[in-house]
Write a new protein. Sequence first.
Length: 120
Amino acid sequence: MSYDRNNVFAKILRGEIPCKKVHEDEHTLAFHDIRPQAPVHVLVIPKGEYESWDDFHATASDAELAAFSRAIGMVARQLGIAGDGYRLLSNCGVNGHQEVPHLHVHIVGGKLLGRMLPKD
Ligand code: AMP
């Protein structure tokens, strides 16, 4: 499947629409989710054109992989949620209910988050 350059995160990366940035480095950008679902809700994205984890792992450089992983931990500390804990979520594809087709990790925290998935 080819990457859709019109997705909203691609537009943020090109500076075409604004974001509330919390971290940026050569390979990674992190910003507040526009519809937060917890007191802290930040999205971390690679700057490269990757849609999913399988795509990212298969084709990203070691530097991109390392920067992405480091950024997630750094942002959690920077946001002050590392001590009480937080959750990482990454929706991929149709079954994962991914709405924006650019790889992203949600960092959510700031309250007790309950069970990982609702029971059926
Ligand atoms: P997902 O279902 O994992 O693809 O989630 C996409 C997330 O992107 C949702 O939580 C949206 O609220 C968020 N989102 C969509 N547009 C924007 C935007 N312009 N700035 C920040 N977050 C956004």
